[in-house]
Ligand binder design. Sequence first.
Ligand SMILES: *Cc1c(COP(=O)(O)O)cnc(C)c1O
Length: 398
Amino acid sequence: MLNLPIYLDNSATTACDKAVVEAMLPYFTQYFGNASSRSHVFGWQATAAVDAARQQVAGIINATVEEIIFTSGATEACNLALRGITEIYAGKGNHIITTKTEHKAVLDTCKQLHKKGADITYLNVLPDGRIDLNELKAAITPATILIAIMYANNETGVLMPVKEIGDIAHEKDVLFFCDATQAVGKIKVDVIHDNIDVLAFSGHKIYGPKGVGALYVRRKNPRVKLMAQITGGGQEKNLRSGTLNVPGIVGLGKACTICSQTMESEAARLAALRDKLETALLQLEATFLNSNPEHRLPQVTNISFKHLNSSKILSAINNVVAASSGSACTSGSLDPSYVLTAMGIKDGLAKAAVRFSLGRFTTAAEIDFCITEIQKKIMALRQEDPVWHMYKTGLLKE
Ligand SMILES: *Cc1c(COP(=O)(O)O)cnc(C)c1O
């Protein structure tokens, strides 16, 4: 028997892996020390656990332990990167280049920085969701201090040409910050290979706990400087004060280790299941894939069901499948997704999009069940919809 509803919203958050919870538990009650306490064994135990986790976290992105700053999640890491760089490099320039399809953690922070005097360029994306590298090159000016572009989009799974962006940034002597929250743990991310200077990711998207994340800050070629945004006890090399969340950090470390070990086989398994689901749903009439089929994450699909409305579809299926219309942060909104709109998708289709994101605990039986159920529900919704009948009888041109 399947447990219903089936969870296909792993891009919003993932269940914590039981092995992660197991690893964390002793750090709540037995090894509860403050990692900043230097004078006794409680502090030493906590420090040892944090050191071990830092190694595990650094490993998954090919960084060194000195380059990892623990934060409360990706939102905080994005804020620290954008604000910290803008403030400390103010003498060099005030121009940031980003894209129209970033997560709100980046877009809203840029909006605020603009109010404080920063000059922001929002690059367009092509219909496949990726940027035009020539547009990026043309946007760079002597005042440009930072390029902030995500690794994988949270709504579509589209992968940006990250290595090419990193190469351009380094050639032009501009820093490259990458919000890799959707990519780390799912596909290989290598800050050296990709020429990334600063990178953010989060525990709860990779089967770790909520409330913990990390910022990678490059130490050489070049050495990146940041202005602290949270001041106090001077933890994390003075870049992020506050008593370390030891259980959370241990959980993030364990989550990274499990992902590193299983990434390759999981990517293949989930891509096969995702493709099966996607192919079946695209067999329905008037359905469209909102992605780049070649450059994308293995576990996500985003499909528009013409003449239907995302929220109607989701409420029709939510006792069998938990999915979403795009990002969790905007799922209450009636506006079309700004990500899909930037890809040139018209309002009608953008408002008819559903994102299905698979994960470590998704099974083949669940996907088979979802296929049957979603197909049935979509056909039933259309059957009772006068607009659909007009479309079918040719009364509607589009
Ligand atoms: C989830 C997500 C974030 C925010 O991460 P939190 O850890 O929840 O703050 C930022 N960027 C992207 C691309 C995300 O998917």
